[in-house]
Design a binder for this molecule. Structure first.
Ligand code: TYM
Length: 327
């Protein structure tokens, strides 16, 4: 059976990009593949975190996974640091990656420009991500477009390790949604919606009040020619709205464009679609938040299962590398 792995950082509140680019796909994948979904808390440590907030966000993000419809009866949901094999294989992957390769990661360049303190972990982060994926022999990795370069690096590292030390890792492939893989900021439609950028009016958070959500969509920046056309380069704002509407309703953005002649109705329909998409997720999140122990139990069971799989892969890698077996 196909195996799927993906993860999300508990470094900020989940936004519409996370939901449409990744989580919505995970919900579909869990029914056709053996799926593992991880809250990658070690990745969040690449920039300094407030301890109480990190703890709350880690549980909150796991709650979001369940609220969007990930079913712990069919998928494995766990926290990265509960499975220490991630950190160990990450070291092996750091030693497999070349310094030059890590230097070429555009996300490192972007993030290091934004932060005053640039940790060593921010630089080696893609090696940890490779470890996450390779530990589970994942065939597919459903992610947003911004993770493409990291998934490509993971493939390169798996291929390099296999050719140096013999067949060890499954070489995974990235899976990207046609609509939703790159949700842009509503106020600055040429940059992606992101938890780290300071653009509250351009970012829709799962935590936002639904009236605010509708207002933000209706005030999205478009352009002045008033022609509805799906053309990301020439009409980024309008194309972003079409992509969001398409991702929420399962339609095709270019086809949707043909059904509108004005921006007003496009904005109104997109606002309604996003609100209706978020409404049940928010309700379920509130319900689940009342019972944090139940979420913690899901995470404990998930970690136990994940450790069995991860332990087997790590032993194989250690053995192929020539490390002395543990007593
Ligand atoms: P993170 O936590 O930044 O984002 C989680 C997921 O959301 C997607 N995403 C978006 N999709 C569409 N439009 C956007 N504006 C947008 N912003 C974010 C991301 O592409 C991602 O799929 N390095 C990863 C986490 C990670 C991971 C992994 C993912 C760690 N290990 C192993 C897959 C497999 C990250 O920082 O995602």
């Amino acid at each position: 059976m196909t195996r799927v792995f993906s993860g999300m950082q508990p470094s900020g509140d989940p936004h519409l990009g996370n939901l449409l680019g990744a989580l919505a796909q995970w919900v579909v994948d869990q029914h056709r593949a053996e799926s593992l979904y991880c809250v990658v808390d070690l990745h969040a440590l690449t920039s300094p975190q407030d301890p109480a907030e990190l703890r709350a966000r880690t549980l909150g993000l796991a709650t979001t996974y369940l609220a969007v419809g990930i079913d712990p009866e069919v998928a494995t949901v766990f926290v990265q640091s509960h499975v220490p094999e991630h950190a160990e294989l990450a070291w092996i992957m750091q030693c497999t990656a070349a310094y030059g390769e890590l230097s070429r990661m555009t996300q490192f360049k972007d993030k290091s420009d934004q932060h005053e303190f640039v940790s060593g972990g921010l630089f080696t982060y893609p090696a940890l991500m490779a470890a996450d994926i390779l530990l589970y022999d994942a065939d597919q990795v459903p992610v947003g477009d911004d993770q493409r370069q990291h998934v490509e690096l993971t493939r390169d590292l798996a291929i390099r390790f296999n050719s140096r030390y013999g067949d060890t890792f499954v070489v995974p492939e990235g899976v990207y949604r046609t609509a939703g893989a790159r949700v842009m900021d509503l106020q600055h439609p040429t940059r992606k919606m992101s938890k780290s950028l300071d653009s509250p009016q351009g970012t829709i958070l799962l935590a936002d009040d639904l009236a605010d959500v509708a207002r933000k969509v209706k005030r999205a920046v478009t352009d002045t020619d008033n022609e509805v056309r799906f053309d990301v380069a020439a009409k980024p704002g309008v194309s972003n709205l079409l992509s969001i509407l398409a991702a929420c309703t399962g339609a095709d953005p270019a086809e949707l464009a043909g059904t509108y002649t004005q921006y007003g109705p496009l904005k109104a329909d997109t606002a309604e679609a996003v609100v209706e998409f978020l409404r049940p997720i928010k309700a379920r999140h509130a319900e689940l938040s009342d019972d944090p122990t139940a979420v913690a139990t899901v995470l404990a069971e998930g970690a136990e299962h994940a450790r069995q799989l991860a332990g087997a892969t790590l032993s194989r890698a250690r053995d192929h590398l020539g490390m002395l077996p543990r007593a």
